[in-house]
Design a protein around this ligand. Structure first.
Ligand SMILES: [Zn+2]
Length: 80
């Protein structure tokens, strides 16, 4: 009877240890994964067709021929 009690305690202890390990292991892969995913979302850089400088694609000005310029002034300088 004493053996059954010890066996039950060991089983419960093993179950608690396993569930606490799984609970601890689950969050870390999620947080570094999402933290690493955000810096990878890089901004598209484009080269100015007039002066050659690189600027973010969101700030670039597109000319008539599809060329990208860093500023509207450089687009005017290149097209006129
Ligand atoms: Zn430019």
């Amino acid at each position: 009877m004493k053996f059954l009690l010890v066996f039950a305690v060991v089983l419960i202890g093993f179950y608690v240890w396993r569930s606490s390990r799984e609970g601890r292991r689950a969050p870390p892969p999620a947080s570094p994964g999402s933290a690493a995913a955000k810096p990878k979302a890089a901004i598209d850089m484009v080269q100015c067709a007039h002066c050659g400088i690189h600027c973010p694609g969101t700030d670039a000005v597109t000319g008539k021929d599809g060329r990208r310029y860093c500023t509207a002034q450089h687009r005017l300088d290149a097209e006129h």
